[in-house]
Design a protein around this ligand. Structure first.
Ligand SMILES: [Cu+2]
Length: 107
């Protein structure tokens, strides 16, 4: 980031914004591995194709997202720590519930 030009706008620091589209279905997140860079402001746009699910990413304080069929839900956070962090469905949604998980990688 050190060589990123900063154009003085008086608006303060421009955080890079990363928008990632995620498909939610019975019973998976696609992609199930999401890789971002430390410091990025991340917006996950969750498109719920089927079912009624939840979304939790506890490492970033996200645990209360409800995903109902046909909806689009946005989840925003700043990837301020490096590592691999689990995300998962936290609403009991049927036989494949325990497989509804993935990994956020911050590098
Ligand atoms: Cu579930």
């Amino acid at each position: 980031m050190a060589d990123m030009p900063m154009h003085g706008s008086g608006m303060g620091l421009m955080m890079p914004m990363r928008v990632i589209e995620v498909e939610v279905d019975n019973w998976y997140f696609e992609p199930d591995t999401i890789t971002v860079k430390q410091g990025e402001h991340v917006k996950l746009v969750l498109h719920v194709e089927k079912g009624f699910h939840g979304f939790a990413l506890p490492a970033f304080g996200i645990s209360n997202k409800t995903l109902s069929q046909g909806s689009t839900v946005e989840v925003e956070f700043v990837a301020d720590q490096k590592g691999s962090f689990p995300f998962f469905c936290n609403v009991s949604c049927g036989s494949g519930h325990s497989e509804m998980r993935g990994t956020l990688v911050v590098e």
